[in-house]
Ligand binder design. Structure first.
Ligand code: C2E
Ligand code: MG
Ligand code: MG
Ligand code: MG
Length: 273
């Protein structure tokens, strides 16, 4: 690649690449500082149980409150955190913070059933991951049934033996697992049978295009398959009544999306409980 654009093997300086590298390095340094200075915060988005029409749970979604740049989306820093191993301390913080928040709401008399936490592949693959979860629960003083771990399909199949071992350890502890962004990753679903899962989370792209017959068929198939495996299903990215009607008719009973509420800070979320 270094030879690209060069003659006789001599490469040209490419400012755009250098700038991008500098930017990443700056951001990496800033992320380290953010962790030390407490610039990360968790927002909470309601998950609604349609059977009794209430907010049963929440997904915790990280935000970076940068002192100069303002609020930064996880889409803009999680990938770099994954590349630089910083996802490990950040992910550990997310787990501790979510557990602490559950307990804080309990103390205020606003009991939430559970909180779902996103876990990156890099974080899940750490040999200390299960212990990390155990300690977060223990330190906060909450039961394992209050925590759901969201993993992507990619993470699950990347090292299936390690995944199974960790999932079993988490299951024994009482922590539940949900597969996030389900449906976009892998066509072979046979591996699902052998995993101790509790939930599939239908990816928002299918929900968004539910009036497209192809998307509708996929959604229907996911729901049927989940039911046959005894898993519950939650639809993500629900924005319209039409989506709710379609999904409800197919017996999807849990919803998350802007229709029910955007992710908000914990002091705002408490009023939904
Ligand atoms: P995700 O886990 O699939 O989270 C759902 C994303 O969809 C969130 O974006 C949420 O705000 C957004 N969303 C929810 N409902 C709707 C809707 O009705 N319409 C639309 N247009 N969007 C909706 P967010 O908060 O920007 O997070 C993006 C991604 O960043 C997450 O996708 C997750 O992969 C990652 N992420 C967030 N927090 C964490 C974290 O604490 N740890 C790790 N490892 N990743 C995280
Ligand atoms: Mg998620
Ligand atoms: Mg998702
Ligand atoms: Mg996603």
């Amino acid at each position: 690649r270094a030879k690209e654009g060069g003659r006789n093997g001599i490469s040209f300086y490419r400012p755009s690449m250098q700038e991008a590298a500098d930017k990443r390095l700056t951001m990496e340094k800033e992320m380290r500082k953010a962790l030390q200075d407490g610039q990360f915060v968790l927002y909470y988005q309601p998950q609604v149980d349609m059977q009794n029409k209430r907010v049963a749970s929440a997904e915790a979604l990280i935000r970076w409150l940068h002192p100069e740049k303002g609020m930064i989306s996880p889409l803009d820093f999680i990938p770099l955190a994954e590349d630089t191993q910083l996802i490990q301390p950040i992910g550990a913080w997310v787990l501790r913070e979510a557990c602490r928040q559950i307990k804080a709401w309990d103390r205020l008399g606003h009991r939430i059933d559970h909180v779902a936490v996103n876990v990156s592949s890099r974080q899940f693959r750490q040999s200390s991951f299960v212990q990390q979860v155990r300690l977060a629960l223990l330190d906060a003083g909450i039961g394992a049934e209050r925590l759901v771990i969201e993993l992507t399909e990619g993470c699950v199949i990347e090292d299936i033996d390690d995944t199974i071992a960790k999932m079993h350890a988490l299951q024994v502890m009482g922590v539940r697992i949900s597969i996030d962004d389900f449906g976009i990753g892998y066509s072979s679903l046979s591996y699902l049978k052998s995993l101790p899962l509790s939930q599939l989370k239908i990816d928002q792209s299918f929900v968004r295009h539910i009036d497209d017959p192809n998307a509708a068929v996929i959604v229907e198939t996911i729901i049927m398959m989940a039911k046959s495996l005894g898993l519950n299903v939650i639809a993500e990215g629900v924005e319209t009544q039409a989506q709710i009607d379609f999904l409800s008719a197919k017996r999807c009973l849990f919803f998350q999306g802007f229709y029910f509420g955007k992710p908000v800070a914990s002091h705002e979320f408490v009023f939904r409980l």
